[in-house]
Design a protein around this ligand. Structure first.
Ligand SMILES: *Cc1c(COP(=O)(O)O)cnc(C)c1O
Length: 400
């Protein structure tokens, strides 16, 4: 059965898109492009030769080495994982451990993808939702300190919303002041971390996702980044049944290892990364030019402000958002609210405890994710922007 939620958005038939035209004509919200079979082949032949398929074999180790080089980290600084969610679980178990009865709560932002809540819940924590800063869309350490009682909080997980950078320094200060461990869900922040690793990678572990929909992708995959050697060892242990160097299980754990096949994709993705990064920024730039031409630049958020896999149109009212959504759907332009209307709007998480969520509740429904692909054409971008313009202007004349 096809999964319809996250990735396979290439075919139309998505809730919220209902194109009224030929599916030919539909512009998918995200059309990932990962390394081709030709580019994978040399790496796959190495797997044939080594007959090592997992357990941090030669390709996973080479992937970690090259990633560490990319982020200017020591060799132990990158621990590969089988997904971003599992990387987060590994980082939490290595940092804070499983939830304890006296501190069962994990404080997380309400404006994030469900994986943040899923991961902390799998480590035994009860997620508690806090609001975000209206400018950065991030959890604000000052705000967390001043507005929330941390007596029963055993973990805080700031999230890089849409890949925006979370700064180590302010969260290290938070950790020192509060005594509460911090783990960063940096899922989509590959680009932000690449631009300024010194301020975004450090003692606090950062979990990255390499899901197909993220800018830097290995289909499924992720990693944990840290400058702390002991934390790196504990993370490796947490992602491998509690084993390290021998087969004694010494800690709470999961099987979260990246396979050699996924590492092969990662290596080929690294080979082609300069070109992919360039293509994603070019798409963002072409969107910006079109948005500027119709005077909508102020509503548009794209790379490098957020990750290159996102092009966000931020409406100014829910009535406007409804009009824009309707226009996009009619025009066969797929779109997505990547974080829905916040975690509390998800059925499974609807009864989570939470603080005041005014910012999340006002912003989340206004952020519309627009189509992105490395090969998104100029005419597709023009069509998306023209459609949005009609929605914004409240022009109810039929499609031309
Ligand atoms: C993509 C994403 C994840 C999960 O990553 P997977 O690799 O799909 O498990 C977690 N948190 C956020 C904020 C994400 O965007």
């Amino acid at each position: 059965m096809a999964k319809s939620i996250k990735e396979q958005s290439t075919g139309g038939k998505k809730p919220g898109s209902r194109p009224s035209r030929d599916t030919e004509d539909v512009i998918p919200v995200l059309r990932p492009l990962l390394p081709s079979a030709e580019r994978l082949l040399p790496y796959l032949r190495m797997i044939d030769a080594t007959r090592t398929y997992s357990n941090w074999g030669p390709l996973a180790c080479e992937f970690e080495r090259r990633m560490a080089e990319h982020f200017h980290l020591p060799g132990y600084g990158v621990i590969s994982a089988s997904s971003g969610t599992v990387a987060l679980i590994g980082a939490v178990l290595a940092t804070a451990g499983k939830a304890r009865p006296d501190r069962p709560i994990a404080l997380i932002p309400a404006f994030t993808f469900v994986a943040t809540a899923t991961a902390v819940e799998r480590c035994g924590y009860q997620p508690y939702l806090a609001d975000i800063n209206p400018e950065s869309w991030l959890l604000d350490p000052q705000h967390v300190l001043s507005r929330h009682s941390l007596d029963r909080v055993g973990l805080v997980v700031p999230v890089s919303a849409f890949g925006r950078p979370v700064l180590q320094e302010e969260w290290l200060a938070f950790q020192r002041r509060s005594g509460v461990p911090v783990v960063i869900d940096g899922a989509a922040s590959f680009e932000a971390l690449s631009v300024s690793p010194a301020s975004t990678i450090g003692e606090i572990p950062v979990a990255l996702s390499h899901h197909a929909t993220k800018s830097f992708a290995t289909a499924e995959g992720g990693c944990v980044l840290t400058t702390d050697l002991r934390l790196s060892v504990r993370t490796t242990e947490a992602l491998n049944f509690g084993f390290y160097a021998d087969r004694e299980s010494r800690s709470a754990s999961i099987n979260g290892k990246m396979s050699e096949y996924h590492a092969a994709i990662g290596l080929a993705e690294l080979d082609g990364w300069p070109r992919k990064r360039q293509a994603l920024s070019a798409v963002a730039e072409r969107y910006r030019q079109r948005m500027t031409a119709v005077d909508l630049r102020a509503y548009f958020v794209s790379a490098p402000e957020v990750a290159g896999c996102y092009a966000l149109f931020c409406c100014s009212s829910s009535a406007q958002a409804a009009r824009v959504r309707r226009r996009l759907a009619e025009a066969g332009v797929e779109f997505r609210s990547w974080y829905g209307s916040g975690l509390l709007a998800q059925p499974y998480f609807s009864d989570l405890s939470h603080g005041a969520l005014d910012v999340t509740e006002s912003i989340a429904p206004l952020v519309i994710g627009l189509p992105v692909a490395v090969d998104l054409t100029d005419s597709a971008i023009a069509r998306v922007v023209a459609t949005i313009e009609r929605g914004v202007r409240g022009d109810d004349s039929p499609d031309r």
